[in-house]
Design a protein around this ligand. Structure first.
Ligand code: PLP
Length: 406
């Protein structure tokens, strides 16, 4: 089926802007994606017709706000094919991983082991290092292959009876590579380890069936999935959430408070202390609903068609090399490249002068950069609203950088 990119693009008001006489070629979606009218409208409706605190007031605005907030939870749950009570709203993807590291982590014993990989974002490394400092767990690291994929052949030898959790990126934010989740889950089961996926770069590319994947925890960020800032999601199996102690304490997460003893509310409220980010949660619910309106078979084919155009174009530019796999198999639309002799920041700055927004640097993946002895890369990350003009403007900019900066 053909994909009507113009119709999708029209729903994103920011993309029709002209800045300094140039159209917006936004190819930094892996950092933050743009927001469609459906999300802006949902947030505006809450702010203008139902703004109040949730889960505590008895007046009608409070009831409206609570209903909209809980409906957002249902939208997110439908997007992930799980139960709404298993959805915890957090401040972001980082906050969701920290929640697991703190709360699930507090159930672990000194000497228990957690596996991450060499290509993880710092948010899937540092929370486990903090846990290691607090409670004496050990961290093991799966290496990556020369193509920038997690080397699952190296995973079996890291597994021990003390391995309690394997926490990996579902899709890499540097190379776009897709994890073979089935293989990881199968290996994890041999030692009874739980599996957590950092879904920050996968969730923006269509609905998921988490229950069918056999995993235990999933985290993603609203602002990368066409929703507002300041909101993220942790999904966990209900029996895990039931067993986990609170992360933050305060209002809403309690059953009964006395000075002698306090009891906890059941999940998900146990993990949503204080006033939650209500408008952002409602916006994220609308984003999940909006994503479900797209035909993702054709949207994904469209995105990967742009990746092919991009990779073909880059391969023709003298001095440009791809970082990561040169094929579109088992990957999502994130492509990193290098321009020989030119710092990635200079490439990105040149591209900005062509109206093209990309990300340059270590992408919060310093261990991955160290592994390949790189300062950084220039990263192009694509969303369904991108089109050929975006890719062509980028290629023109890279050609210019190759001619003038080398
Ligand atoms: C793979 C991955 N994980 C986690 C994060 C952290 O997301 P946030 O900063 O929104 O919490 C990012 C953000 O770039 C990411 O790409």
């Amino acid at each position: 089926m053909s994909f009507d990119v113009a119709a999708v693009r029209r729903q994103f008001p920011i993309l029709s802007q002209i800045i300094d006489g140039q159209p917006v070629h936004y190819l930094d979606n892996g950092a933050s994606a743009q927001t469609p009218d459906a999300v802006l409208d949902a947030v505006r409706t809450y702010e203008t017709t139902g703004r109040a605190n949730v889960l505590r007031g008895v007046h009608r605005l409070a009831e409206r706000a609570t209903e909209a907030y809980e409906n957002a939870r249902i939208e997110v749950a439908d997007f992930l094919s799980v139960a709404p009570m298993e959805i915890v709203f957090t401040g972001g993807c980082t906050a969701a991983i920290n929640l697991v590291a703190y709360s699930y982590g507090s159930l672990l014993k000194p000497g228990d082991r957690i596996i991450v990989s060499e290509l993880e974002h710092h948010s899937n490394i540092v929370p486990w290092q903090l846990l290691r400092q607090r409670s004496g767990i050990e961290l093991d690291v799966v290496p990556v292959t020369v193509n920038g994929r997690i080397d699952l052949n190296a995973l079996p030898r890291l597994l021990t009876p003390r391995t309690k959790l394997i926490s990996l990126a579902h899709v890499s934010n540097v190379t776009g590579t897709l994890l073979d989740v089935h293989a990881v889950v199968t290996l994890a089961k041999t030692v009874g380890a739980k599996v957590m996926l950092d879904g920050a770069q996968r969730a923006p590319h269509g609905p998921l069936d988490l229950a069918a994947m056999g995993i235990d925890f999933y985290a993603f960020a609203g602002h990368k999935a066409y929703g507002p800032n300041g909101i993220g999601v942790l999904w966990a199996k209900s029996e895990l959430l039931e067993a986990m102690p609170p992360f933050l304490g305060g209002g809403s997460m309690i059953g009964r408070v006395t000075f002698a003893e306090t009891t906890w509310a059941p999940p998900p409220r146990r993990f949503e202390a204080g006033t939650p980010p209500i408008g952002p949660a409602i916006g994220l619910g609308a984003a999940c609903k909006w994503m479900r309106t797209l035909d993702w078979n054709s949207a994904h084919a469209h995105e990967m068609g742009l990746v092919e155009r991009l990779m073909d174009g880059l391969q023709k530019i003298d001095g440009a090399t791809l970082f990561g796999p040169a094929s579109t198999q088992n990957r999502y639309p994130v492509v990193s490249f290098l321009l020989d002799g030119v710092h990635p920041h200079d490439v990105a700055q040149t591209l900005d002068s062509f109206g093209v927004a990309v990300r340059a640097g270590h992408h919060c993946c310093q261990p991955l950069m160290d592994r390949f002895d790189l300062d950084g890369t220039t990263r192009v990350s694509i969303a369904p609203y991108n089109d050929n003009t975006d890719i062509d403007a980028l290629l023109t900019g890279v050609q210019h950088a190759a001619r003038t900066l080398r």
